[in-house]
Design a protein around this ligand. Structure first.
Ligand code: F6R
Length: 366
């Protein structure tokens, strides 16, 4: 049932080209410029005219929500708030009928997310679910939704569900931007066509496995890791750190790269590996200066870069080159080597990768 893989997590990491394609199948028809999300059809008016989008989730799903914040604001120009369900539900938040709430959950059973939905529903908001498990509690509690269709995720550490969540949210953002006229026809068409290439680019990124494994061997005994990225790659940094923590039990923190100088920089010495997501995008130059700051303090630099990058190669101890894509779609590719890195480190440390201590696949208690 592990399809020849040693662990479910590894199988699920490797399934991503297919799970992302499955998620887009029947929805994205790039050639003809069509994007259809069945669940959205009856609620498109509400979505388009929303004053605000509130995204609520926990853990990895919350990270997918952060990526979506950038997507919705860039493409559709609607203000977005991303809320930990556990905080949102107890804070007496301001919610109205003009809010469009998106709840993201792999399992569809997370207690806090479910409670956040009930609260928002009681205030008259429209609730849309982005879930993986068909027929679970959250899809039943929402007004509408789109399934991620990633297939069963058995490993406790979420991998293919995360990229499928981002895929659905990306399609939603593009559709919304197009309908609202904040995305031009040409740009929309270009983005749809680029989105359609993501499964094959993820396939290419998966081939970096042996390189990533060699890096894992070198850093498996580190006691701490820092993950840094900016813009769309900031949530990727958070997700990379979470993956490492939960399965290898190494302390890791993700930060927006620019926040480094407001505290975490004090931690950097030759014992501290720092993983940068430094792809060629609008914040590239700034990330390069952050890399220089770490290098000056003798931190060890592992950088995820765009294929062909030479600048970072000259600075970093290790580079992992991923295929180029639109800035907004980079998380779908950049997260892959970070999943592999945490997987290999955890295996090398003898950890139970599929069932890490103290964690459950669905958190049905608050
Ligand atoms: C991390 C992980 C958890 C879940 C979180 C939310 O790998 O699996 O952080 O993402 O418990 O779970 P769902 O998405 O099922 O609501």
């Amino acid at each position: 049932e592990k399809g020849g893989y040693e662990h479910f997590m590894l199988k699920e990491i490797n399934e991503q080209p297919r799970s992302i394609a499955d998620c887009m199948r029947g929805r994205l028809d790039a050639k003809n410029g069509r994007l259809v999300l069945g669940g959205l059809r009856d609620y498109m008016n509400k979505f388009q005219n929303a004053d605000r989008i509130i995204i609520t989730a926990c853990g990895t799903s919350w990270h997918a929500g952060l990526v979506a914040e950038y997507l919705f604001e860039e493409f559709a120009r609607i203000p977005v708030e991303v809320e930990y369900a556990s905080e949102f539900r107890y804070r007496n938040p301001v919610i109205s009928e003009k809010d469009f709430v998106i709840a993201i959950s792999q399992s569809g059973e997370t207690a806090d997310t479910l409670a956040a939905i009930e609260l928002a529903k009681s205030k008259g908001a429209t609730i849309f679910g982005v879930c993986n498990v068909v027929g679970s509690s959250i899809p039943r509690a929402t007004h509408a939704g789109s399934y991620t269709h990633a297939g069963p995720e058995i490993g406790v550490a979420s991998t293919k569900a995360f990229t499928a969540q981002i895929s659905v949210l990306t399609m939603m953002a593009l559709k919304l931007g197009y309908q609202r006229g904040t995305l031009s026809e040409t740009r929309y068409m270009h983005l749809l066509n680029e989105l359609a290439t993501i499964p094959s680019k993820v396939e290419r990124a998966l081939k970096l496995d042996s390189k990533v494994k060699a890096i894992a061997a070198e850093y498996k005994d580190s006691r701490n890791f820092l993950y840094l990225g900016r813009g769309y790659n900031f949530p990727v940094a958070l997700e990379g750190a979470l993956k490492l923590k939960e399965i290898s039990y190494i302390h890791a923190e993700g930060y927006p790269a620019a926040e480094m100088k407001h505290g975490p920089i004090a931690l950097i010495d030759q014992e501290m590996p720092v993983v940068f997501i430094a792809t060629k995008d609008s914040s590239y130059e700034k990330v390069v200066s952050n890399i220089q700051e770490v290098k000056a303090r003798k931190g060890k630099i592992i950088a995820v870069v765009t294929e062909g990058d030479t600048t970072v190669r000259g600075l970093a101890d290790h580079v992992i080159e991923i295929p180029e894509t639109e800035e907004a779609f980079v998380p779908l590719i950049a997260v892959v080597p970070l999943q592999q890195l945490s997987y290999h480190i955890a295996v090398m440390r003898g950890c139970n990768v599929d069932q890490p201590r103290n964690l459950a696949k669905s958190v049905t208690v608050e």
